[in-house]
Design a protein around this ligand. Sequence first.
Ligand code: SF4
Length: 352
Amino acid sequence: MAAGSFARRLLAWWDVHGRRDLPWQQERTPYRVWVAEIMLQQTQVGTVVPYFERFVARFPDVKTLARADLDDVLHLWSGFGYYARARNLHRAAGIVLREHGGTFPDTQAELQALPGVGRSTAAAIVAQAHGRRAPILDGNVKRVLARRHRVVGPVSSSATLRELWGLAESHAPPDRAADYTQAVMDLGATVCRRRRPRCGDCPVRAGCQAFATGDPERYPESAPRRPRRLERRRFFVLVDPEGACLVERRPPAGLWGGLWSPPDRDARETVDGFLDQSGVDAGLVDEVRAADAFRHAFTHYDLDVEPVYVRLKSRPAAVREDATRWIDPDDHRLGLSAVAARLVAATGRAAR
Ligand code: SF4
C-alpha cells in the first residue's frame, strides 16, 4: 500500500464508521480538546466522557481552571486515576494565563512546553483544534502502525519509537488533519483492538503485514515483564463521635500526590504507635476495629490496604490543622484517591 493510500482508505472508512458524537468534537475549542486529550492519555473513551462533561461544566475555560483551587480540581478527578494529569492540567492552565494572556498557544513547541503535554498530545491539539497537519502517536496509533508495518521491538524502546514516529509522519495526509487524527485513533480503539482485532472490518487490511502473518496480536511486541511487586500499608481511619473522619493531604508528588487520604503507615504499625506519633491521647479511643484488607491494583504493583477504624470519644486537639481535615464522609469537596474514598465511605458500616 503506497503512502497516501493508508490515509485515503482510513478516511473513507471513518466517513462511514467514525465517531462524531464525542463531547469534545462538538465544540472544538483548543481548551476542550486539550482537556480531552489529557484525560484520554491513560483512559478509554467510555470512561472519559462523563468525567470530561463534569470537568468542562465546572471549569468551562482555561481562566476558570487556572483560578480554581487545586482541591476542587482533584475532587472532580476523584476515582479517575493518574492524578498527575489533574495537577498538570491545573499547573498548565496557570501558565497559559500568566504567560499567554489566557489564550491557548497554537504551536506544537509552545504546547509541548506545558506540563503534561508530550509530542503526541501537542500534535493532537494542533490537528484537532487548529486543523493543521500534525502526526500523532498515542497508544492506539502505535498499535495500528506496529501491526500495519510489522515493526519489531517493544514500543517502549527508543529505536522502535523512532521508527513509529517516522511511519506516523509518512502517513499523515496534507489535509483533513482533524478527521485523520480522529480516524487513526478510532481505528485503534474500535477495530485494531489490543485483543481480538477485527481484521475482517479493517480498511487497511490489504497492506497489513501483521495480518499477513496470521497472528496480528503478536504486534506490537511486548517488553519482557518484570515481576509484579506487592506492598502492604495500614490505613488508620480516625472517626469522631459525629462520624467525621480524619484525612491528611499527601505530598504534592508521588503516589496520590496532593490528594487527601486517611493516614497510612507501614503494615507493622500498631494503633498505639500511630496514636503516639500523631499526638492523640490513647484515652480518647472508644473502639478499634480492623476491617478486612483489600487489594488495589496499580499499573506496576499491587497494594494490600489494611484498614483500621479508630472510633474516638471526642475529637483530639493535637492533630495538625494545616495538613489535615475532619470530613463528613457523605458531604465533602476534597479530592480523595479511590482507596481513600472507599475507606471513608465504609466508616458508616465499620466504625459507627
Ligand atoms: S488488518 Fe488487523 S492487525 Fe492489521 S491494522 Fe487492520 S485490524 Fe490491525
